[in-house]
Design a protein around this ligand. Structure first.
Ligand SMILES: Cc1ncc(C[n+]2csc(CCOP(=O)(O)OP(=O)(O)O)c2C)c(N)n1
Ligand SMILES: [Mg+2]
Length: 580
């Protein structure tokens, strides 16, 4: 067999870039690649089979999010390898699009490719013929030249385009990119040399004058605020952000924030602004007179505020690697294209050099006051949770508290994927995420990320304990991820928060009723998931994943014993109180 054709070159290029696995769901138009993958030469390139495309992309997203920067032989600097996803023609690609959007909003480095029957069939409009690049375009990362989606039409440019895809995905601001691969192009001889792709070094530095101006604007604020997002984690700038917050005595709120961008236990971490209502966020943003925005979009709710979110004369500074987010929706005072890590480090130095004694004292007072507020909020919450400790149906806080006791005994913090949705506040209360790269939330309003998300994290960190939380509604949309877990023996632990409803939709509708002053306030029956009564333990067992149902406080310990006993996948069907 001629192993010098494109399909082999394609896989060699992935290996030359240090890519060690891909996630996918194959079809006939990718069969030549799957066939090539069987060769001994590619034994270190592992293929994780997903049973639906959404789960493939969501797994890949979670796999890539905690990926470290790697400096392999031949690299000029350390960079994050993108996750690779194989989808099937238009049908598989279309199924994966929602999760690609989700990856884009989180700056996940990802190369998605799909096969086509072949260029020779172009005029025949055969079954499955579709313009894959056009389908992918709205869902991939864009750079100055437009959406990063390409089709390989000549065998001489297969590796050129693959390396371009890898480069684009891995160059900050990172994101998913797409490549269409006609089968016949991959079956032609390929003489391109596989070699290391070259992402663009993007530790963009802004000048001292701009930093000094930012320091000047911010140090004068008496109510400083920081809005942060996943661009901070992508740049590895958490320590620098925390230092700036401490210097300013500024409360930090997450916006489009689904990772550990700052330790959650820190007195100055305020929480998340939420992804639904701009008016809720405005209560926080409009109280500030000096705002630093870093690594995020302002503001990303489903129903954002159309009117000004900052008060008049508020000084607003924005540092970002994504220039299109700077000053996008609301006017700012100063904005600069800058890598968050570098800019925040420089800003911390400028603040240390320039803050007056009085400004330092005031910042410390704000920090102390905030610590007291946070401690008292936690005392109130704990009292509330203690009152419902033994109730049946279970309150989520009881399970989270018992789980936190177990996880505290681990030598290294567990990794958590949080799609607990309406039960996420209880999770966050008992399992505050402090270590960078240990906590990941769903984002961009995407449903169904919890189960595949736990899998992606466990593939990335096989040596760590991984817990993935999902709502019951959410779990139903990607339940087949459990088959991937048992097939590949990926030892993630899953917790389905089974409240027999789309509970979040009820909260959101109640908020809408307030806006429209509705008289009739009964919830649509479509928000109830009680018929059929879903047994997630049985759905897991049917896919080869061991499981237990937890209904009462006394069920929790045996379930956690089983979950923690070995490194095999395990699911807990957690039956919870559904009241609002
Ligand atoms: C792919 C997708 N489908 C539908 C929705 C709309 N949606 C958002 S939250 C939600 C219900 C979530 O229910 P569940 O997972 O049970 O969590 P709970 O609200 O009960 O905590 C739905 C249907 C969405 N955001 N994304
Ligand atoms: Mg639910």
């Amino acid at each position: 067999m001629n192993t010098d054709t494109g399909r082999f070159a394609f896989l060699r290029q992935l290996m030359a870039d240090g890519i060690s696995c891909m996630f996918g769901s194959p079809g006939s138009s990718e069969e030549n690649i799957l066939d090539a993958l069987q060769r001994q030469e590619f034994k270190d390139l592992k293929y994780y089979l997903a049973y639906q495309e959404g789960t493939a992309v969501a797994m890949a997203d979670a796999y890539a999010r905690p990926a470290p920067r790697l400096m392999l032989d031949g690299d000029k600097f350390a960079w994050r390898r993108p996750a690779v996803v194989q989808l099937h023609s238009y049908a598989g690609l279309a199924n994966g699009l929602g999760m690609m959007y989700y990856a884009r909003r989180g700056y996940t480095p990802m190369v998605v490719f799909a096969g086509e029957a072949g260029l020779r069939y172009e005029a025949l409009d055969g079954q499955m013929a579709a313009d894959l690049v056009a389908i992918a375009r709205p869902f991939v990362k864009s750079d100055h030249n437009g959406p990063c989606a390409w089709r390989v039409v000549d065998q001489g440019s297969l590796l050129r385009l693959l390396r371009r895809a890898i480069k684009a995905a891995a160059t900050p601001p990172m994101g998913p990119v797409f490549l269409a691969l006609p089968m016949d192009v991959l079956d032609l001889p390929n003489t391109e040399q596989a070699g290391r792709s070259l992402p663009v070094l993007s530790n963009v530095r802004t000048d001292e004058k701009t930093i000094d101006e930012a320091a000047h604007l911010l140090r004068d604020a008496s109510h400083p605020l920081i809005l942060m997002g996943d661009g901070v984690a992508a740049s590895g700038a958490q320590a620098e952000l925390t230092e700036v917050a401490e210097l300013l005595g500024a409360v930090v709120w997450g916006a489009n924030c689904s990772e550990v961008n700052m330790p959650a236990s820190h007195p100055l971490f305020g929480g998340y602004l939420g992804h639904m209502f701009g008016e809720d966020s405005k209560a926080v943003t409009s109280a500030a007179d000096g705002v630093l925005i870093c690594g995020t979009t302002v503001l990303p709710e489903v129903f954002p505020s159309v009117d000004a979110i900052f008060k008049e004369n508020c000084k607003v500074v924005h540092f970002d690697l994504n220039s299109s987010e700077i000053g996008k929706n609301f006017p700012i005072t100063l904005g600069a294209l800058a890598d968050p890590k570098t800019a925040l480090g420089m800003l911390a130095t400028a603040l240390k050099n320039n803050m007056t004694e009085q400004q330092i004292a005031e910042a410390q007072d704000r920090r102390r006051a905030r610590a007291e507020v946070k401690a008292s909020e936690w005392t109130t919450a704990r009292e509330k949770y203690n009152r419902v400790r033994d109730q049946v149906p279970l309150h989520a806080s009881r399970f989270m508290s018992d789980l936190a006791d177990r996880l505290a005994k681990l030598p290294k913090p567990a990794l958590i994927f949080d799609e607990a949705l309406t039960h996420s506040p209880e999770l966050l209360a008992y399992l505050p995420h402090d270590e960078y790269g240990t906590y990941f939330q769903t984002r961009a309003g995407m449903l169904g990320t919890g189960l595949p998300g736990a899998l992606g994290l466990k593939v990335a960190h096989p040596d760590r304990t991984v817990f993935g939380f999902s709502g019951d509604g959410s779990a139903m949309s990607t339940i087949q991820a459990l088959s991937t877990a048992s097939r590949h023996d990926i030892g993630a632990k899953f917790v389905v928060c089974n409240n027999r409803s789309y509970r979040i939709l009820k909260y959101n509708l109640a908020a809408y009723w307030d806006v429209v002053e509705a008289a009739d306030r009964s919830f649509p029956k479509e928000f109830e998931l009680d018929r059929p009564a879903l047994r997630f333990d049985q759905l897991a067992q049917a896919q080869g994943v061991d499981a237990m149902r937890v209904e009462e406080p006394t069920d929790i310990a045996p379930a956690l014993d089983r979950a923690m006993a070995d490194d095999r996948p395990f699911l807990i069907d957690l039956v919870l109180d559904a009241s609002l």
